[in-house]
Design a protein around this ligand. Structure first.
Ligand code: NAD
Length: 553
C-alpha cells in the first residue's frame, strides 16, 4: 500500500510531468470509510428535495468550472478541449435529468397486498449506505462523477477512486466536490491504483460500482463475493457495426470511422469491428479508408483545436493495439491505411481480410483501428456479431429501420443504435450497460439510479383480525378452506373456479346422494356463462383495484 507513494501527472502527448498527488494510505482509507459510514444515515435522512438542491448547486459549480475542467482533462488524457468539454456537457445533461426525475423514480410505491386485504404493502427505494465508485481513465470526469452523483442523489455516501492513469482529473474532481461544504462530508476521493481500489473493497463498502476492464471486473467481483458485497460492473466492449446493402454508405463510412476513432478509439462503445454485406463491401471499404485518411491527429491546448484525435492516454494501451495489429497481419489481414506509431500516437488504421481467428476480432483493442469483414448476408452478420464474449452495444446501418430493429432484437447486447453509434451514451433517460462479459450494471435512466438503492418491502396493518381469510388459514384443520380459496382465487379455467362451489353445494342436503358426474353434466351448459361472468367480475375487480391505487397516489 502506498503510504509515501505519489501519482505523477503525465501529459501523454508530450510525456511531460505537470503535477503529482499523494496516494491514499491505508490509514486514510480506513478513516474515510469510518467517517462515511457515520455520515451515511445523516445524508440518507435528508429529504430528497434537499439532496436535489445540493446537487443542483454542484451542477452550477461544474458548469462554472467548465474551462478549468476542459484544460485539466486535455493535459491528463491528451484529448482536445472540445472533447473534454463534451464530458461536462453529457454529465450536466445526465445530472439535470436525474434531478428532475428522481422524485418520481425514488418515490415509495403502494402495491396490492394480495390476500392480506386489511394490510398495506409499500415498496421504498432505500440507499445502500456507503457506495464505492471505481472509475476508469477514458472519460475520467463523467465515468467518475455520474455514478458518484447518482449514488449521492439516492441517499448514499460515496468513496470515489478515480483512475491512476488520469490522476489530475481525480484531484480536480476532489477540489470541485470539496468546494461545496453541504456535500463535502458525504463524499471522499481517494487517489491511487488498483491496490488502493482493492483496499477499498476490503474495507467492506455496502455497494460497489465499477467501470473498467472485464479483467478487473472479475477480480473485483471475486473480492466482493468474499464479503457478499453487491456490485454493478460496467465493463469492456467489442461493439460490432453491421452494414446492410440498403445502408446510406457515405454516412455509414463517415460515422463508423468516427465511432472507431473518437477519443482515439478509447471508448467502451467504440466501433471495434465492422461486418459489411458483400454487394457493398468494396464501396464501403473505399469510403472508410478515405474517411480515416481525413482524420487529423495531434495535441493542442487551445479551445479551438483542429485535431480530431489525440494520443493514446495510457501508454500501456499502445502495446495492446500494436499486438492486435501484428497478430492480424501475421494471420493474413491487409492494412489499407494507418497503423503507424509515433510516440503515443497511432494513426487511424483500416484492416481487411480479417477473420475471427484474429485477436482484433475477438478482444477489446481500445485504439484507433477498424477491422472490416465481408459477410454474405444479414444472418451471417448477426452470427459473427454475436460470436463475442462481450455484449455492450452494436450499431446497424440500413435504410429500412424496421428491418434494422428486427436485426437488433437478434443481437445479444445491452444497447443498440440504428444509423449511428456511440451517441446513445449521451441520452440520460436510456439505461446504459452490457450483457455477457460486458457486465451487468446499468447507468443512466431510472435503472441507473435505482441501482444505488435496494427495494425495501414494508407490510403494515393492525394485528391480524380473527375473521380475516389470511388469519383463518393460519389455524390447523383449514385444508379444505385453503384448497377452495386456491381454486376460487387462482383457478385458470371456469371449471377449476367452479369446483369449490360445487363441492360446497354437494355438502348440502339435496345434492348429497347425487352422482358428481351428473351434476357436472347438468351444469355444463352454464359453464361458458359462468366463465364470462367470472371474467367480467375479474375485470371489475381489476378496475376497482386500479382506481384504488390511483386514489392512494
Ligand atoms: P481498469 O479495469 O484498469 O480500471 C478501472 C478502475 O478499477 C481503476 O480505478 C483501477 O484503479 C481500479 N482497479 C484496478 N484493479 C483493481 C482491483 N484489483 N481492485 C479494485 N479496483 C481496481 O480499467 P481502465 O483501463 O481504467 O478503463 C478501460 C476499460 O474500462 C476498458 O475495458 C473499457 O471498455 C472499460 N469501460 C467500460 C465502460 C462501460 O460503461 N461499460 C465505460 C468506460 C470504460
Amino acid at each position: 500500500m502506498g503510504e509515501h507513494k505519489i501519482l505523477e501527472f503525465i501529459n501523454p502527448a508530450s510525456g511531460e510531468k505537470f503535477g503529482e498527488a499523494p496516494v491514499a494510505s491505508q490509514e486514510e482509507i480506513q478513516q474515510a470509510v469510518s467517517e462515511l459510514r457515520q455520515a451515511a444515515p445523516v445524508w440518507a435522512n435528508r429529504p430528497l428535495g434537499e439532496r436535489i438542491r445540493v446537487l443542483r448547486r454542484f451542477q452550477e459549480i461544474l458548469i462554472a468550472a467548465r474551462d478549468e475542467i476542459s484544460a485539466v482533462i486535455n493535459q491528463d488524457c491528451g484529448k482536445s478541449r472540445q472533447d473534454a468539454l463534451i464530458e461536462v456537457f453529457i454529465l450536466s445533461d445526465y445530472l439535470q435529468a436525474y434531478l428532475r426525475h428522481a422524485p418520481r423514480w425514488l418515490r415509495s410505491q403502494r402495491v396490492s397486498s394480495g390476500f392480506y386485504f386489511t394490510k398495506r404493502a409499500t415498496i421504498e427505494y432505500r440507499p445502500h449506505g456507503v457506495v464505492l465508485v471505481l472509475a476508469p481513465w477514458n472519460y475520467p470526469l463523467i465515468l467518475a462523477l455520474a455514478p458518484a452523483l447518482g449514488a449521492l442523489l439516492a441517499g448514499n455516501t460515496v468513496l470515489l477512486k478515480p483512475s491512476e492513469v488520469t490522476p489530475a482529473t481525480g484531484v480536480m474532481i476532489e477540489k470541485l466536490l470539496r468546494s461545496l461544504p453541504e456535500l463535502a462530508p458525504y463524499v471522499r476521493v481517494l487517489h491511487g491504483d488498483g491496490t488502493v481500489g482493492a483496499a477499498l473493497v476490503q474495507a467492506k463498502p455496502d455497494f460497489i460500482f465499477l467501470t473498467g476492464s472485464t479483467a478487473t471486473g472479475r477480480i473485483v467481483s471475486r473480492a466482493a463475493a468474499k464479503h457478499l458485497i453487491p456490485l454493478a460492473c460496467e465493463l469492456g466492449g467489442k461493439d460490432a457495426m453491421l452494414v446492410l446493402e440498403d445502408a446510406d454508405l457515405p454516412a455509414a463510412a463517415h460515422w463508423g470511422i468516427w465511432a472507431a476513432n473518437y477519443n482515439a478509439g478509447q471508448s467502451c462503445v467504440a466501433v471495434e469491428r465492422a461486418y459489411v454485406v458483400k454487394p457493398v463491401f468494396d464501396e464501403f471499404v473505399r469510403l472508410a479508408v478515405a474517411e480515416a485518411n481525413k482524420l487529423q491527429q495531434g495535441f493542442s491546448t487551445a479551445k479551438k483545436s483542429p485535431y480530431h484525435i489525440g494520443p493514446l492516454t495510457d501508454p500501456r494501451q499502445m502495446e495492446i493495439v500494436e499486438h492486435h495489429l501484428q497478430d492480424a497481419l501475421a494471420k493474413g489481414a491487409r492494412l489499407l491505411t494507418g497503423g503507424e506509431r509515433q510516440g503515443n500516437y497511432i494513426s487511424p488504421a483500416v484492416l481487411v481480410n480479417v477473420d475471427h481467428s484474429m485477436l482484433v476480432m475477438q478482444e477489446e483493442t481500445f485504439g484507433p483501428l477498424l477491422p472490416i469483414m465481408a459477410v454474405a448476408d444479414e444472418d451471417e452478420a448477426v452470427n459473427w456479431a454475436n460470436a463475442s464474449a462481450a455484449g455492450l452495444g452494436v450499431s446497424i446501418w440500413s435504410h429500412d429501420r424496421a428491418r434494422a430493429r428486427r436485426l437488433a432484437a437478434r443481437l445479444k447486447t445491452g444497447t443498440a443504435v440504428i444509423n449511428d453509434a456511440i451517441t446513445h451514451f449521451g441520452v440520460p433517460m436510456l439505461p446504459f450497460g452490457g450483457v455477457k462479459e460486458s457486465g451487468s450494471g446499468r447507468t443512466h435512466g431510472e435503472e441507473g439510479l435505482r441501482v444505488f438503492t435496494h427495494a425495501y418491502a414494508l407490510l403494515d396493518g393492525n394485528p391480524p383480525y380473527a375473521w380475516d381469510v389470511a388469519t383463518l388459514a393460519r389455524q390447523p384443520g383449514r385444508y379444505d378452506l385453503i384448497s377452495a380459496l386456491l381454486r376460487l382465487g387462482m383457478g385458470t379455467t371456469p371449471q377449476q373456479r367452479l369446483e369449490p362451489v360445487l363441492e360446497a353445494l354437494e355438502k348440502t342436503q339435496n345434492l348429497k346422494h347425487k352422482d358428481w358426474s351428473t351434476v357436472r353434466r347438468s351444469l355444463a351448459p352454464f359453464l361458458p356463462a359462468f366463465g364470462a361472468a367470472s371474467l367480467a367480475l375479474s375485470v371489475l375487480a381489476g378496475a376497482a383495484l386500479l382506481a384504488d391505487r390511483q386514489r392512494k397516489h
